[in-house]
Design a protein around this ligand. Structure first.
Ligand code: 8X3
Length: 250
């Protein structure tokens, strides 16, 4: 497939798995993340399969985003697919006990970061009258659960922006979709529980959680439909999870 994809949060989890499947399908890659060593490693590995360039920046830093994206080499300036994947949960506590730095991080990364990156790339898509934006949301963007408050709010914002983008970009032939995963076994819980590996592991114990590759497969499916087909969004759970809080654990 002779397309170029721009993936944020590409150094781990869903972003990395998406980069791997796209590389196998010969999609050219612009891999973005904060950790340059990981980006370089991934570039080395995936360059065996496709053309890869890397951009090191923090999505929540507006000037970093703008500078990085404007520095793209000429042959990578045409972006066909934007995967807005970078995002995290920081903390899990009641609104009254919530840590304001955690709130800032979630709003800055999950909402403002997605906006900064989109704002830098959308004009290129408008100019070429083609493009595909896939926003990685969460079931937390569809339902609110105890202690989820600000994370849920940030993902509800992603859900709203997904719909807004599709409306505003409709006349420019740009497709916009979202994937809303339930429990995916990644570093997500380690970040949420601030390195408490025991707590993080217990999130995925007693059932088979989704794997990053499961979501990457679905992203690949979504972006490879015929051009007249636009999937608005998909909510994806592990079989053992019926809602954000209901699990069938052994
Ligand atoms: C990840 C899923 O249920 O922990 O976004 O919010 S959940």
């Amino acid at each position: 497939m002779n397309k170029t994809a721009f993936i944020t949060g590409a150094t781990s989890g869903i972003g990395k798995a998406t980069a791997e499947i796209f590389a196998k399908k010969n999609i050219r890659l612009i891999l973005c993340g904060r950790r340059v060593e990981r980006l370089k490693e991934l570039q080395k590995e995936l360059s065996k399969l496709t053309e890869v360039t890397i951009l090191q920046f923090d999505v929540s830093k507006r000037t970093e985003v703008e500078t990085a994206i404007s520095s793209l080499p000429e042959n990578f300036k045409q972006i066909d697919i934007l995967i807005n994947n970078a995002g995290n949960a920081h903390g899990l506590s009641t609104i009254q006990d919530g840590n304001i730095d955690d709130w800032d991080a979630m709003i800055d990364i999950n909402v403002k970061g997605l906006l900064y990156v989109s704002k830098a790339i959308i004009p290129k898509m408008i100019k070429s009258n083609t493009g595909f934006i896939v926003n990685i949301g969460s079931v937390a963007g569809k339902e609110v659960y105890p202690n989820g408050n600000v994370y849920c709010a940030s993902k509800h914002a992603v859900n709203a922006l997904n719909k807004s983008m599709r409306i505003d970009l409709n006349s420019y032939n740009i497709r916009v979709s979202a994937i809303h995963p339930g429990a995916v076994e990644t570093a997500f819980s380690e970040v949420r529980f601030k390195g408490n590996t025991q707590k993080a592991k217990s999130m995925y114990a007693g059932y088979k959680a989704l794997q990053a590759e499961d979501i990457a497969d679905i992203i690949y499916f979504v972006v490879t439909r015929p051009y007249h087909v636009n999937i608005e969004d998909l909510i994806v759970y592990p079989t053992a999870q019926a809602s954000p809080t209901i699990f069938n654990k052994s």
